[in-house]
Design a protein around this ligand. Structure first.
Ligand SMILES: NC(=O)c1ccc[n+]([C@@H]2O[C@H](COP(=O)([O-])OP(=O)(O)OC[C@H]3O[C@@H](n4cnc5c(N)ncnc54)[C@H](OP(=O)(O)O)[C@@H]3O)[C@@H](O)[C@H]2O)c1
Length: 279
C-alpha cells in the first residue's frame, strides 16, 4: 500500500515493546505507516501513570494502538481511557484501536468511552495469549517444568499474539474495520493440562500442569512480594476465565485475515525453535 493511500499515515503504538506491540510495529512499517512506538522507556516516553507524558506521544499522530497497563479491569482504567481519548481528539487523531479483554465488564466500560467519543475505533477483545508462556508471566513455569495456576480444568481458546498483531495492523490500514469489535481466539479451546502436554512435546521434556486454588495462587504471589493490587487483578482475571464465559473459540481471526488462526502447537514448536521457550 502506498503511503499516500493510507487512512492513518502516522500511528502511535503504546507498549510497543510488549507482546502485541512489538509485532504490530513491523507489520505497520511494512505497509508504509510511520510508527511512533512508545512505553515508559521510549523517547518520547509514554507512561499511563504520568499524564504529562501523553501529549508528546500523541503529537502529529493520526491514530493509535492503545494497550492499557496493567489491565482495563483496574479501577484507574476508565478515567485514563477517557482522558487519553479526549487528548487524542484534541491532537487531531481520528482512530483508536483498543486492546480489550473478553468477558470483563470493566473492559466494556472502556470500550464504550471510546465508542461514544466520535473517533473511529476497532476493539480487539483477545483471549489469553500463547506468548504468556514464552515472553510473559508464565515463562518461568515452563522453565521450571510445572505450570501451577488456578485454572481448574476449564478450557481457554488461547490466541497467538502474531494473529492479534495482524488484525491490529489490518484495523489501522483499512477503514472497513472501523467501528467493529473483534473477539480473537485460537482455533480450539485447550485445558491447561493440554497446553502443558503441547509444551512438553515442543521442548522434549515433561512440563506438567498443577491445578491450585485461588487462595494458594494468591499466597504464592504474596510470598514473592507481588503488590497486593496486582495480586487482586490477577485473581479477578483468573476468576473470570475459570467461570468459562470465554471458553468458546470465535471465528474472528479467520473473518478478518481470511485464514485459520495459528494453533498453540504451532506456537510452541516455533517458540522452541527460536529459543523463546525457557528450557
Ligand atoms: N497477556 C494476555 O494474555 C492478555 C489477554 C487479553 C488482553 N490482554 C491485555 O493486553 C494488555 C497488555 O498486557 P500484557 O501483560 O500482555 O503486556 P504487554 O503488551 O506485553 O506490554 C508490556 C509492556 O508494557 C510497557 N508498560 C508497562 N507499564 C506501562 C505504563 N505504565 N505505561 C506505558 N507502558 C507500560 C512495558 O514497557 P516499558 O517498561 O518500556 O514501559 C512492557 O514492556 C493489557 O491491557 C491486558 O489486559 C492481555
Amino acid at each position: 500500500m502506498s503511503a499516500t493511500s493510507l487512512p492513518y499515515p502516522n500511528v502511535l503504538v503504546i507498549a510497543a515493546n510488549g507482546k502485541t506491540g512489538r509485532r504490530v510495529v513491523p507489520l505497520l512499517e511494512e505497509r508504509g505507516v510511520r510508527v511512533r512506538g512508545a512505553s515508559r522507556s521510549s523517547t518520547p516516553a509514554f507512561d499511563w501513570t504520568a499524564r504529562e507524558t501523553w501529549p508528546a506521544a500523541l503529537e502529529g499522530m493520526d491514530a493509535a494502538y492503545v494497550v492499557y497497563q496493567p489491565d482495563l479491569a483496574m479501577p484507574s482504567a476508565a478515567d485514563d481511557i477517557r482522558a487519553l481519548t479526549e487528548l487524542a481528539q484534541e491532537h487531531g487523531l481520528r482512530k483508536l484501536v483498543l486492546l480489550s479483554g473478553r468477558g470483563v465488564p470493566e473492559a466494556q466500560v472502556a470500550e464504550q468511552i471510546v465508542a461514544d467519543s466520535g473517533l473511529d475505533w476497532t476493539f480487539i477483545r483477545a483471549a489469553w495469549f500463547s506468548q504468556n508462556f514464552s515472553e510473559g508471566e508464565f515463562a518461568h513455569m515452563v522453565r521450571d517444568g510445572v505450570i501451577a495456576l488456578p485454572m481448574g480444568d476449564v478450557a481457554e481458546p488461547i490466541v497467538d499474539a502474531d494473529d492479534i498483531a495482524e488484525v491490529v495492523a489490518a484495523s489501522l490500514t483499512d477503514t472497513s474495520h472501523n467501528d467493529k469489535a473483534y473477539d480473537l481466539s485460537g482455533p480450539e479451546a485447550l485445558t491447561h493440562e493440554q497446553l502443558a502436554s503441547e509444551l512438553s512435546d515442543a521442548v522434549g521434556r515433561v512440563i506438567r500442569y498443577q491445578p491450585i486454588s485461588l487462595a494458594e495462587f494468591r499466597a504464592g504471589l504474596a510470598e514473592a512480594q507481588v503488590p497486593e493490587e496486582y495480586i487482586g487483578l490477577l485473581a479477578y482475571l483468573f476468576d473470570v476465565t475459570v467461570s468459562g464465559v470465554n471458553a468458546a473459540p470465535t471465528g474472528d481471526v479467520e473473518r478478518v485475515l481470511g485464514r485459520a488462526p495459528r494453533s498453540f502447537r504451532a506456537f510452541a514448536t516455533r517458540a522452541f525453535s527460536e529459543g523463546a521457550l525457557a528450557v
